[in-house]
Ligand binder design. Sequence first.
Ligand code: SAH
Ligand code: CA
Length: 236
Amino acid sequence: MGSNKRKVLKGLLQSDDLYEYILETSVYPLEPEPLKELREATASHPWAGMGTAPDAGQLMTMLLGLVDAKKTIEVGVFTGYSLLLTALTLPEDGKIVAIDAHREPYDQIGLPIIKKAGVEHKIELIESEALPVLDKLLEQHENEGSFDFAFVDADKENYCNYHERIMKLVKVGGIAVYDNTLWGGSVAMPIKYIPEGRKPGRQSMIVLNKLLAADTRVQISHASVGDGITICRRLH
Ligand code: SAH
Ligand code: CA
């Protein structure tokens, strides 16, 4: 599938050829048509690199199925790749609360494709800073422990704050996924090699990774798909 080839691959594997092999063999041929369309429509956006990597998306789709997700929350939508994969996986009466501080990329690029795919009715998009929305959700007690699945992919410096709220919103046995937790592999590189602009994100991920590993409320798997995702299953 040559049209899917990109010059710059964003996986973490040491060999681009191996990452491309995984994408070409196991991911792109199975990627639903609307997701492929959205990925390609996002490719020309100046911030296209922010979109969820398709191999990470494929693993998220499996996790959504494994927990039989019906109600989910997403923090950080951009053009909507992770949102659309969730909407395609949830049942007809499923519901996604999706939060982003800026909804234009979603409105301009994602929404037309999501409408065409017939899954818009599952999505409630809230344009706002995420933290106050999560706090507001928690003020309504019926939301506590009511979400099957959460995906966190917004401002990295707030991940630890999001985690505290998400642990209350997700049910016991439910799953929270944090994206970019290997930050281009930079979490394991000496700081002198890190460009200035990448340092705050790297530091946030280093702090989060330690915090998640020490959090006895969750079982974790730090998976090196995409830019690194940490899968947390709430135990109690
Ligand atoms: N999951 C998306 C990528 C998200 S990129 C995908 O699959 O394509 C990160 C997004 O987080 C951006 O759209 C940005 O507007 C949003 N964001 C950044 N800081 C935020 C904040 N404090 N509250 C809510 N959204 C935020
Ligand atoms: Ca991301």
